[in-house]
Design a protein around this ligand. Structure first.
Ligand SMILES: *Cc1c(COP(=O)(O)O)cnc(C)c1O
Length: 393
């Protein structure tokens, strides 16, 4: 596709060639394999001598379209899409890390990623060191001679803390290690880690890329060489994205920009409302000037995103009452949906952890996370306000 187009045009216009049917919307290619003209072509295809479709664990037109769109938006050369965000993350570890390697990771990462680091990679002789986002000065000491990769999320979940990508990109370059960034919360519209030196960018497409809570998907993005290694690993192992999910996700990409603009607008309005609320202790949202890293947000993000974290006056009991008091907002494990979702980790997802374990991942008893949806903002604010009043009774 012509590079002169803006990313938001590419997200709409970068599509598979029209077939002889003349369709305007790209068809769904439900096929597990592809036909060859003759044995010579088949031999050449499997030897990698010609670039053509072989088998859908390897390649599928709908998946390829989504890869090209995501790579265009993330400013990377190439990409590989996977069945879920977790399979993208695991594949990025398994492709580049070997026995005896060491990984530096920020402590506040997605729960299943934490599980991979602590219960799986160590079984294969890959060690990790956690570093705190709030203490970047300590990161250099975490590097070892065998450190191969740095893995981060920014903004972090649920603390909404930021990692300075320009600083970390330079540090990783100087140390000669791969920088791997899970860009799920920001999406490529709000932040492009590759511009700051990230070698690998990960997405859970399940969240904002789909944006409507329908399908799972994931992606690994980077330069041609690195993605070729990921592709080689995935072709044999098989964490392939289904053609149907790729087709849904590629269509969703056409509206990502306008959805993200609205998520940001609604989230900022909610954050401003919460900031002045008598039952709220404090609010964390990247584009509020009160965010401790507001300057970093201004430098590396084009908007604050759709997630607002706030701290109630009170503790776990108030948090549980808050959840019960919400009428419209959904109580569910997803985020990045058109529908506003509220979570209180201390009384739900993280209730079995000890107080210290929760503290280590920045989950205090009074923390509430809102994934701000696309409903009319006054309705969102009214529902959250009613839940806040319920939390105090
Ligand atoms: C949801 C999520 C994942 C995992 O993605 P799945 O598509 O559920 O496998 C990874 N990282 C972050 C930040 C997420 O929010």
């Amino acid at each position: 596709m012509n590079k002169k187009y803006h990313p938001e045009t590419l997200a709409i216009r970068q599509q598979l060639p029209t077939t002889e049917q003349g369709e305007h919307s790209v068809p769904l290619y439900l096929t597990s394999s592809y036909r060859f003209e003759d044995p010579d072509q088949m031999r050449a295809a499997f030897a990698g001598d010609v670039d053509c479709n072989t088998y859908s664990r390897y390649v599928n037109p709908n998946c390829r379209e989504l890869e090209l769109k995501l790579a265009a938006l993330e400013c990377t050369e190439d990409g590989f899409v996977t069945a879920s965000g977790m399979s993208a993350i695991f594949s990025s570890f398994a492709t580049f890390l070997s026995q005896g390697d060491h990984l530096v990771s920020c402590r506040s990462i997605f729960g299943s990623t934490h599980k991979i680091l602590t219960t799986m990679l160590n079984r294969w002789g890959i060690e990790h060191t956690y570093v705190d986002v709030a203490d970047p000065d300590s990161w250099e000491q975490a590097f070892q001679p065998n450190t191969k990769m740095v893995y981060i999320e920014t903004p972090t979940n649920p603390g909404m803390d930021l990692v300075d990508l320009e600083w970390l990109g330079k540090l990783c370059k100087a140390k000669g290690v791969l920088l791997n960034v899970d860009n799920c919360f920001a999406t490529p519209y709000l932040q492009q880690p590759a511009k700051f030196g990230a070698d690998i960018v990960i997405h859970s497409a399940t969240k904002y890329i789909d944006g409507q809570g329908r399908v799972l998907g994931g992606a690994v993005l980077g330069n041609k060489e690195l993605i070729e290694e990921v592709r080689t690993f995935c072709r044999s192992v098989g964490p392939t994205l289904s053609a149907f999910n790729a087709w849904v996700l590629s269509k969703s990409m056409e509206t990502l920009k306008i959805r993200m603009d609205k998520h940001c607008e609604n989230a900022l309005k909610l954050a401003q409302f919460l900031e002045g609320h008598e039952l709220v202790k404090c609010v964390k949202y990247p584009s509020l000037p009160s965010h401790p890293q507001f300057d970093i947000a201004q430098r590396q993000m084009n908007g604050g995103g759709g997630i607002v974290t706030f701290y109630l006056k009170g503790g776990a009991e108030e948090g549980a009452k808050f959840l019960k008091g919400a009428e419209m907002c959904s109580l569910t494990a997803n985020l990045g949906d058109t529908r506003t979702i509220v979570t209180h980790p201390a009384s739900t997802t993280h209730s079995r952890l000890t107080e210290e374990e929760r503290q280590a991942v920045c989950i205090t008893p009074n923390l509430v996370r809102v994934s701000v949806g696309l409903e009319y903002i006054d309705d969102i604010i009214a529902d959250i306000d009613a839940a806040l009043k319920a939390s105090a009774h």
